[in-house]
Every structure is written in C-alpha cells, then in structure tokens.
Design a protein. Structure first.
Length: 107
C-alpha cells in the first residue's frame, strides 16, 4: 500500500506541456462495505488530499472523497519550463502520507 508510480514522457523539451500520469496503490474503502466474514462495516480509509509541486510551486491540488476508486490513477498536464523536482504528496484520512519525487530535466 502507498506504492506510487509516476510516468513522464521519455523526452521532454523546455516549455513543452507534458502529461504526467500517476498511480498509487491504496484500498480506498468508503466505509459502506460490509465484510462478508465478520458482517461488520469495513471502516472508511481513503486518500482525501493530493498536492503536486514543481520545484517549490504548488501546481495542482485535489480534495478527494469516497467516490474515488481503489488504486487511483490520475493524469495532469504540466508546462516543463525548468529543471526541477516534481513531488506528489497523497494524504489519507488516517494520517498516512505518501510521496514520490522525480526530476524533470527539459532538453
């Protein structure tokens, strides 16, 4: 759980708008499902906050709810105008923080 994948284009030109594709392994439990064995509700456990930083700048932010499926996949677009780290931070409702950083180096 909490394993993050980030996919960038193989070649990035300076000033190019690129698609950044991300995937995180997380169960995203709504709190409405009943465990078949115990007959008890499975407690809510989902990512509720996603922040993306390019260098020191917050470039996008999302507040998520129980409506997001397990192992969420997210794509966003970014203008790659400088050499800088791209950091994605995911937070869940139980206080878990998951993050991954990749370097963007435009040609």
């Amino acid at each position: 759980m909490g394993k993050i994948k980030i996919r960038l284009p193989k070649t990035i030109r300076k000033g190019q708008v690129i698609a950044v594709k991300t995937l995180i392994t997380h169960p995203m439990e709504t709190g409405f499902r009943t465990d078949k064995k115990t007959k008890k509700k499975v407690p809510a456990f989902y990512i509720n906050d996603v922040s993306v930083y390019y260098g020191d700048t917050l470039v996008t932010h999302a507040d998520w709810t129980i409506a997001v499926s397990a192992n969420p996949f997210m794509t966003f677009y970014l203008k790659a105008d400088k050499k800088a780290p791209l950091k994605i931070v995911w937070k869940d409702i139980k206080g878990g923080v998951y993050q991954k950083t990749v370097q963007i180096t435009p040609q």
